[in-house]
Design a protein around this ligand. Structure first.
Ligand code: GDP
Length: 233
């Protein structure tokens, strides 16, 4: 059992001023719509519908937060002692690249995501979710360009790996490493990234993703306490 399984809906945010006033580390999941982001989050959190909250009408362009720990905290609970029990936050960023998004919504997306990605101090890392057959679309690159200067790590999930044969999988990983290697942080240093193949359908890559996310959140040691039967969690 992974700590990620504790994830539950925490809050939804449509304006930067409404970002939660929490101090715990948060990790954000970004990806083009249809890349498999919701499937990946749901699988990693072992819940069927968690991330589909983000797909309900009116919420698709919002930032949705899920909490780890502080099990009874909800959006409408203002009890500070409960909030303190939260150990980390998972942040489901709005899927991008909807063809039909009108100009104004695009501007809103730019401002909300760009600012969040570049300025949120509590944000420790980005999980960039890309379809392994169509990685690094313009907007994925935009996300990387916003985020790389922060020098914070990116973990790339190349999803739907079940659609690739062995050769294509190797090539997808190689291409991703080459592209990611081309980014540098503000000091001109290479920025830290990891990349892996993932398939929600075949349930491959879960342990690796789980471990990386817990590591990035600083939760890996705690995750293994009293958890003898699953060395990966
Ligand atoms: P999101 O828009 O990024 O949240 O993407 P979803 O998780 O909703 O997935 C988009 C579509 O891709 C759905 O039809 C999923 O069933 C499908 N999908 C997601 N993950 C996988 C996968 O690992 N393999 C395959 N073959 N299809 C997937």
């Amino acid at each position: 059992m992974s700590l990620l399984w504790q994830a539950r809906f925490f809050t939804t945010v449509n304006h930067l001023r409404d970002l939660p006033n929490t101090q715990v580390p948060e990790i954000a999941f970004a990806g083009r719509s249809n890349a498999g982001k919701s499937s990946a989050i749901n699988l990693l959190c072992n819940q069927k519908k968690l991330a589909f909250a983000s797909k309900t009408p009116g919420r698709t362009q919002h930032i949705n937060y899920f909490s780890i720990g502080g099990a009874h905290v909800g959006q409408h609970r203002k009890d500070a002692t409960k909030v303190e029990e939260i150990r980390a936050l998972l942040v489901d960023l709005p899927g991008y690249g909807y063809a039909e998004v009108p100009g104004e919504a695009k501007l809103h997306w730019n401002e909300l995501l760009g600012n969040y990605i570049q300025r949120r101090e509590q944000l420790v890392a980005l999980v960039l979710i890309m379809d392994s057959r169509r990685p690094f679309t313009d907007l994925d690159v935009q996300m990387l360009e916003w985020f790389a200067p922060t020098g914070k790590p990116v973990h790339c999930l190349l999803t739907k790996a079940d659609k690739l044969n062995r050769n294509e999988s190797t090539n997808a990983l190689r291409l991703a490493r080459t592209v990611l290697n081309s980014y540098v942080d503000e000091q001109g240093k290479p920025f830290p990234f990891t990349v892996q193949l993932f398939s929600a359908l075949k349930r491959t890559g879960i342990d690796e993703a789980n471990q990386r996310i817990l590591d990035l959140l600083g939760l890996s040691e705690a995750a293994t306490e009293g958890d003898d039967d699953d060395a990966q969690s």
